[in-house]
Design a protein around this ligand. Structure first.
Ligand SMILES: *Cc1c(COP(=O)(O)O)cnc(C)c1O
Length: 384
């Protein structure tokens, strides 16, 4: 079987997977071991120490590569550990261009950890590739894209940015956490690195914290593997197993997330007490056409602003929700609601935040795979 020829919905289950060599276990065993017996110094079966490699992690890394249409996968202890490894490709004096409504933790890592090592970060609106071009200089090494953006659901044209990056010899990394490879595969559109917080949709059950990188270029994979092993923020065997199990149902979960997302977005858009709904599936969404071109569907992430409401009114709505759990994170089977200004995006200064539209009354939903009628009834009682 040439597994590269499999369609996406088969790759989630079979991609990169081999039957277990010891006993034929259908599910990859959890190799809960730090070390491996050697017959003679250096005489081992491909594994010598679990920071360097572990068979359960290898199974996950091959699955990740397969579903993202890449060649090499790397699994990390968290999404931020994966981003950290990418930034460690750089050196003092290098510059990075990134989106201004970035995941708060990525922003904090860039600004509060790496800036002091002499790496400069520029945060800009990226819906227009020309604005990115204006920021490029001879020190620019990396463009960091998140699309859809968090929490404003802006869409960035991956192909356009990749053409720009290629022209200037700059690495392009795409945080594909929100979209997942079910909706979009950035490597197919010219990105060099795709990154995931597998904590979210890939794991899918809110029971694990894991990060991932996938690349096609061998030399780049070797550099990232060197950093992964040298700095050590690897994904453990149990966590690897959980994410692998999650990936097997990614396509069916995503299909339902998209259906429910559409139903909830339409309900909110028609509600007299709602001012604004951010969801790329609306024809009026400013980047709707790009979303249609580069995504298979529009996902289950939605942000909205209640009419005339302030900080307190928004807090009341999220507190009244019963089926939606008020919590950080996203992408699990259960629906979550969040208040970016005080939760996920609290680490971004208010002025920076509001420049990109993250006002104090913005509410973000991760629409789960419950019955859509129940989700809408819950929103209805909370909005009042
Ligand atoms: C959660 C998240 C991250 C960080 O991942 P962790 O697994 O929490 O470290 C990065 N990017 C996006 C878009 C996220 O949602």
């Amino acid at each position: 079987m040439d597994e590269k020829k499999l369609k996406f919905n088969s790759k989630t289950i079979h991609g990169g997977q081999q039957p277990d060599q010891a006993y034929g276990a259908v599910m990859p065993p959890i190799y809960q071991t730090s070390t491996y017996a050697q017959s003679t110094p250096g005489g081992h079966k491909g594994y010598e120490y679990s920071r360097s490699a572990n068979p359960t992690r290898t199974a996950l890394e091959q699955s990740l590569a397969s579903i993202e249409s890449g060649t090499y996968g790397l699994a990390f202890a968290s999404g931020l550990a994966a981003i950290d490894a990418v930034v460690k490709l750089l050196k003092p004096g290098d510059e990075v261009i990134s989106t201004n409504d970035l995941y708060g933790g990525s922003y904090r890592l860039f600004k509060k950890v790496f800036e002091k090592f002499g790496i400069a970060f520029h945060f800009i609106g990226m819906q227009n590739a020309e604005e990115i071009a204006e920021q490029i200089n001879q020190n620019t090494r990396l463009i960091w894209v998140e699309t859809p953006t968090n929490p404003m659901m802006n869409i960035i044209d991956i192909k356009a940015v990749s053409e720009l990056a290629k022209k200037h010899g700059i690495l392009l990394a795409v945080d594909n956490t929100f979209a997942t490879p079910y909706l979009q595969r950035p490597l197919e559109m010219g990105a060099d690195i795709v990154m995931h917080s597998a904590t979210k949709y890939l794991g899918g059950h809110s029971d694990v914290v894991v990060g991932a990188l996938v690349v096609n270029d061998k030399a780049l994979a070797e550099q990232l593997y060197f950093i992964q092993n040298a700095t050590g923020a690897v994904c453990g065997p149990m966590d690897s197993f959980l994410v692998l199990r999650g990936i097997k149902t990614l396509h069916v979960r995503m299909q339902r997330h998209c259906e429910n997302g559409r139903a909830v977005a339409q309900y909110l858009a028609n509600h007299p007490k709602i001012e604004k709904v951010y969801w790329p599936g609306f024809a009026e969404h400013p980047n709707h056409q790009i979303a249609k071109d580069q995504m298979a569907d529009f996902g289950g992430m939605i942000s909205f602003v209640p009419k005339g409401s302030d900080f307190k009114a928004a807090i009341k709505i999220v507190e009244r929700l019963q089926l939606f759990t008020l919590a950080e994170s996203l992408g699990g089977v259960e629906s979550l609601a969040g208040h970016p200004a005080s939760m996920t995006h609290a680490s971004i200064p208010k002025e920076e935040r509001e420049k990109s539209g993250v006002v104090d009354s913005l509410i973000r939903l991760s629409v789960g795979i419950e019955d859509a009628d129940d989700l809408i009834a819950d929103l209805d009682q909370a909005i009042g």
